[in-house]
Design a protein around this ligand. Structure first.
Ligand SMILES: [Zn+2]
Length: 349
């Protein structure tokens, strides 16, 4: 091989390597961008998802930042059964459970760090009351009226012993009430999370709660039972959207838990403070307008919408879950990602 040819060859190879190197850089960049968009920020394990009659499957949603096993529990309709279902589904695969314990009770005692209760309806509290005897000490967070209802009407030595630290004496002090003030952010004890509570309208003269949960720079929003502003003659959802719109704009809000108790055919005068797919889409359209009024159809595309509290059809064989899923999909002009929560099935978003 003469010198010139060798030199030409090495220039050729250098260019070729440079080419490969650039290609590699471009692909690494693409992967990085892709990963950034899809990076999981939150893990939720629903312990109960139905909006009634299924005593073993009532509203309760575990939530933790991705990588953490310190969960908060948003509402507490069903706990023990939900933990069993979730464990059997492999949703707690990252937690090592000792072999000589009751697994569901171990999870409840060690990994559920606090309860946040949206309102005191029994389908949101049943599990908390029934597991109180065997649970570990932890706080219960809620708006004043919610905690007052629990204190006066449930943990009152009549309906159940007083496992909390206020109300009818003596106090067993397993649970510590933490009263939240609307739109005021506080730390959730035993976790790295913060919460801000907002009142929701859940039927005439009855408030429920939305909890905005914060982990560092990321947020998840959980709505307890709520009606639509248009039906409830309220502006509570509008006010909530105004608060969270900047977080959506900055892509800091990753997901919203929102209820669809009934399908669209439910008469307006029988909604009793609940939503339907059409009302969810109408409400989220208002949020989209606040986030980006010029391109509302793109404004919420990075959000995961977790649909909760679907009431089983008690009159016919119609599957309300399938019906609601169809109704959400058919009119999904906002390009939203909907997930229908399922008991025990881990959701990452
Ligand atoms: Zn309710």
């Amino acid at each position: 091989m003469n010198k010139k040819t060798h030199c030409q060859k090495s220039i050729f190879w250098r260019w070729q390597y440079w080419g490969y190197f650039s290609l590699l850089l471009i692909s690494v960049n693409c992967i990085a961008v892709e990963t950034k968009v899809k990076q999981t920020q939150w893990v939720s394990i629903p312990l109960g998802v139905a909006g009634g009659i299924e005593e073993n499957n009532l509203s309760a949603y575990l939530l933790a930042p991705a990588g953490s096993t310190d969960f908060i529990c948003l509402d507490a309709g069903t706990l023990y059964q939900g933990l069993n279902v979730a464990r059997q589904a492999g949703s707690f695969a990252t937690i090592t459970i000792p072999t000589d314990v009751n697994p569901a009770m171990y999870l409840l005692r060690q990994h559920v760090k606090a309860y946040l209760i949206s309102h005191a309806h029994l389908d949101h509290l049943n599990g908390l009351i029934l597991n109180a005897t065997d649970d570990s000490a932890k706080p219960i967070l809620g708006l004043p009226i919610v905690l007052t209802d629990i204190q006066n009407n449930l943990f009152n030595w009549r309906i159940f012993p007083n496992f909390a630290d206020a109300g009818v004496q003596p106090y067993l002090k397993k649970y510590h009430y933490i009263t939240l003030e609307p739109a005021t952010t506080v730390d959730i004890p035993n976790t790295s999370l913060k919460v801000t509570a907002f009142p929701l309208s859940h039927g005439k003269n009855y408030d429920s709660t939305a909890f905005l949960i914060q982990a560092n720079e990321h947020y998840a929003l959980y709505l307890g039972d709520t009606g639509a502003d248009s039906i409830e003659n309220s502006d509570k959802l509008q006010q909530l959207w105004a608060y969270i719109a900047p977080l959506v704009k900055k892509q800091q809000l990753n997901g919203i838990f929102i209820e669809s108790a009934y399908p669209n055919a439910r008469p307006t005068n029988q909604l009793y403070g609940h939503l339907t797919p059409a009302l969810i889409l109408q409400s989220l359209q208002q949020l989209a307008q606040q986030v980006d009024s010029e391109h509302p159809e793109q404004a919420l595309k990075d959000l995961t919408i977790i649909v909760t509290h679907i009431k089983p059809n008690t009159d016919t064989q119609i599957d309300n879950r399938a019906l609601i899923q169809n109704e959400l999909t058919e009119e999904n002009h906002l390009n939203l990602t909907f997930i229908l929560a399922e008991q025990g099935q881990r959701i990452e978003f």
